[in-house]
Design a protein around this ligand. Structure first.
Ligand SMILES: *Cc1c(COP(=O)(O)O)cnc(C)c1O
Length: 720
């Protein structure tokens, strides 16, 4: 059951007269830099903690709503105003520093006037800007932040969805329900991109036989500009206003027109802004129509034919594929393409209908649908997957496009995903790194030897104490969330009360949070509930589990799996040691990845293209316990975490059985004993040694700074 709740009528945000000492907060609120700056989140939170939570960590909403009394109190608090001043000074220093990072070898072609243009259908910059659904969006957000930190000239283009991803609630039967809440541009730090007359600049794209217009919003992400197209303008017909209405909602046709707007509208927007990107990066195939618009432009301006023009376009476009399964790649029937494009192929590109459709087909057969991945593969200079294994899988998957080559000759390379350190590191861990690795620990993180030496200097006690603080915070978070959720569902009084005492900060805590999708194999864990119950209730060495994750609204099977877990978790024999946190999002993710002892992942191989949540865990000292797939296949060295199963290739059922068995075996024989073995000072020394090893070996590699530098040095150079 999906409901759409409109927020209160759009009221203009109140402009506050902040006193001098707090005045800079207004400016800070307009750039997402605060969200990864040390003390950034904390300054806004401390202005009014209750309200901060209520307005979902949106600083603009906070500043509009905070009471006069609270403002006056905080303005008169010298400690607080000192923090505001220091934060502002750091912001100004950051923004005025235009030197490229010495860590970055940028091609001379990439400049402020000729930046990289990064296109993606979702961006997970911060929870308060809900324009993402999962891993792809979070990755894109981290890409922008690292590009900002490294001072790589880059502009980003995406869509402003009025209804972003759904909110998840469970009803009393444990069934997932969805609600959609409207995102309101005027409550977010989004500036309208206007023309000379002060009216919103509009780009026009013809679709379904008429012109559809979009305005653009600008979000500042550090030094990076993120432009978001929005078709909700009065000039459009009612249905066209909804083109950017829902993220991945609606039918195939809506998806197609959305992707036309992203690719074609996005290219037109950059042109109107006077930008001439030297490289266009298609992050996933959703924006692939962009290549056709660039071709059309060259045909028109230089009188080239399609072949010559598209050859020139290829010299400037690069493509990253994220999907290891054939069915996950976007494609459309020829009918839909006809409907959306009319005879554009002829008037704009000088192609016949068949020639046009062949651009999106693997071998041109008229039975084939039009796929955005074949289009991108054809029209881009390079293609990469997002981990070494995923590169290999993609070469096999798309070998059919190069029938005369063997899979290892298919021109698809890989760059392994990483996470943005400043965004994902917990403040207490950041402090340890500052003390022992240096204030510039993030810049030095790529230098494995400096990092290894620095982490060695953190004493076991210090590290364990920091981690224990985070676990206490997690337990409080779990109790708080569970209490509120149970109350809201009208559960029995004793079940609601039980939330206050659930979980033990000293017990081994395992986290598992991801989409409830078939290949993530949530059901593997529940394959032996009795054994699990025994583990949870072990009097000496108990385990506790915290879960989170959403099922796709239309995926009834996934919802049924979730329901089984929820129902089981209510049983009085396990409910003190199992928690399900509703509505997995960036903030819930942050709480979990910063605090668990062990992060579990058991996707069906080789379907995890990369995965990044385990990388967020590593930077916070947690240990990974995962199937050897995606990034973990590269990260695992035998001593820095735990593996589920091995690399043998087995039929699905057999693999499921073997890996479930391995999961329980490693848990009971390796993880539990190591965690609970304490030395005389009650310190789990072996465990702590492993935490250090995990930090030393994983953080230098799996950071988005390394990832973006690799894109700059290997892909954006357009030489591969
Ligand atoms: C990091 C993150 C993801 C991606 O993690 P996976 O390892 O691919 O599961 C998804 N959703 C959120 C909210 C995240 O923070």
């Amino acid at each position: 059951m999906a409901t759409e709740t409109q927020n209160e009528p759009e009221t203009a945000m109140r402009n506050r007269d902040l006193t001098v000492t707090l005045q800079p907060l207004e400016r800070l609120a307009w750039n997402f830099w605060w969200s990864w700056a040390p003390d950034g989140t904390e300054v806004f939170r401390d202005l009014d903690p209750g309200l901060w939570q209520q307005c979902e960590q949106n600083p603009r909403a906070l500043l509009a709503q905070v009471s006069d009394l609270r403002l006056a109190q905080m303005a008169a608090d010298p400690t607080f105003s000192g923090r505001v001043r220091r934060l502002t000074e750091r912001f100004d220093t950051y923004m005025s520093d235009t030197r490229p990072s010495p860590k970055l070898n940028v091609s001379a072609r990439i400049t402020r006037e000729n930046p990289v243009a990064y296109f993606c259908a979702e961006f997970g910059v911060h929870n308060s800007l809900p324009l993402y659904s999962g891993g792809l969006g979070i990755l894109a957000g981290d890409h922008l932040k690292s590009a900002s930190d490294l001072n790589l000239p880059l502009v980003a283009v995406g869509l402003f969805y009025r209804f972003g991803y759904f909110r998840q609630r469970l009803n009393r039967e444990g069934w997932q329900e969805e609600t959609y809440r409207a995102a309101l541009a005027n409550e977010l730090p989004l500036q309208s991109v206007d023309d000379e007359t002060g009216r919103p600049m509009l780009v026009e794209v013809s679709m379904r036989g008429r012109l559809v217009r979009a305005r653009a919003w600008l979000a500042d992400v550090g030094r990076i500009r993120l432009y978001l197209l929005d078709t909700d303008v009065a000039e459009n017909e009612e249905v066209d206003r909804l083109v950017t209405g829902h993220l991945y909602g609606g039918d195939r046709e809506t998806r197609l027109v959305q992707e036309k707007m992203l690719g074609i509208g996005g290219a037109r927007l950059l042109r109107k802004l006077g930008l001439q990107p030297s490289v266009f990066h298609l992050n996933e195939g959703h924006s692939a129509f962009l290549t056709l618009e660039l071709t059309r432009e060259l045909i028109e301006s230089e009188g080239l034919d399609f072949a010559a023009a598209s050859e020139r376009v290829r010299e400037r476009c690069v493509f990253t594929t994220h999907t290891p399964v054939a069915a996950g790649h976007d494609e459309f029937s020829a009918d839909l393409i006809d409907k959306a494009f009319g005879n554009w192929y002829e008037t704009a590109l000088g192609l016949s209908r068949e020639e046009f459709l062949a651009l999106g087909r693997v071998n041109g057969s008229s039975e084939e649908a039009f796929g955005l991945t074949p289009l991108a593969l054809r029209m881009c200079h390079s293609t990469n997957g997002v981990s070494r294994k995923h590169g290999e899988v993609s070469r096999e998957l798309w070998q059919k496009m190069w029938p005369n080559r063997s899979p290892n000759e298919v021109p698809i390379t890989s760059i392994t995903n990483g996470v943005h350190p400043g965004t994902w590191v917990a403040p207490v861990m950041r402090r340890l790194y500052e003390q022992h690795v240096g204030d510039d620990w993030i810049e030095r993180a790529r230098d494995a030897s400096v990092w290894a030496y620095g982490v060695e200097r953190i004493s076991g006690e210090e590290l364990w104490q920091a981690h224990s603080l985070l676990k206490q915070r997690l337990v409080a978070f779990i109790r708080d969330h569970s209490f509120d959720a149970r109350l809201a569902r009208g559960e029995s009084e004793d079940f609601i009360e039980a939330a206050r005492t659930m979980f033990d900060p000293a017990a081994l805590t395992i986290g598992f949070a991801r989409r409830v999708a078939g290949y993530k194999r949530w059901d593997l864990l529940l394959s032996d509930p009795e054994r699990l119950t025994t583990l949870i209730n072990d009097p000496e060495r108990p385990i506790q589990f915290v879960f989170a994750g959403k099922a796709h609204p239309q995926d009834q099977n996934a919802k049924a799996v979730l329901q089984r877990l929820i129902t089981w978790q209510r049983d009085s024999s396990v409910r003190h040691g199992i928690a399900f946190i509703e509505d997995y999002d960036q903030e819930v993710a942050r709480q979990l990845v910063q605090s668990v002892d062990v992060w579990m992942n058991m996707p069906r191989r080789p379907l995890e293209a990369s995965g990044t949540s385990g990388q967020k865990v590593a930077i916070n000292g947690g240990l990974n316990f995962s199937v050897l797939d995606g990034w973990w296949l590269e990260g695992y060295d035998g001593d820095n975490g735990f593996a589920i199963g091995d690399l043998s290739e087995l039929p699905e059922e057999e693999a499921d059985r073997r890996e479930a068995e391995s999961l329980y075996r490693v848990l009971t024989e390796e993880i539990v004993p190591r965690y609970y073995t304490r030395d005389t000072a009650e310190l789990p020394s072996q465990w702590v040694a492993m935490m250090k090893r995990s930090i030393q070996t994983l953080v230098p590699i799996f950071s988005s700074d390394r990832m973006v530098a690799e894109y700059a040095e290997r892909i954006y150079t357009l030489t591969t």
